[in-house]
Design a binder for this molecule. Sequence first.
Ligand SMILES: [Zn+2]
Length: 98
Amino acid sequence: MSGRTRARACPERTCVGCRERAAKAELLRIVAIKGACVPDPRGTLPGRGAYVHPAPVCLDQAVRRRAFPRALRVPGPLDTKALRHHVEQTTVAEQATR
Ligand SMILES: [Zn+2]
């Protein structure tokens, strides 16, 4: 028995927007459903997921460099309207509680 007890206590993911690594809990999971990016804040939807900071800046960067289709391995452009709405709501809610 070697003492490797706490190898990966905190799983990290890379934000597809700013490309910075962050704790999985700080990022919003995105899945592609029927040609649209769907936010999956609880991480329960099946399929491949992409991770992005729930911030409009990161979302914009991800959209501009077409990171979602690439990360999610889908061919076409993805609709990000619902995702943007979700992110904007999350951002407003966070600012309101500050
Ligand atoms: Zn980011």
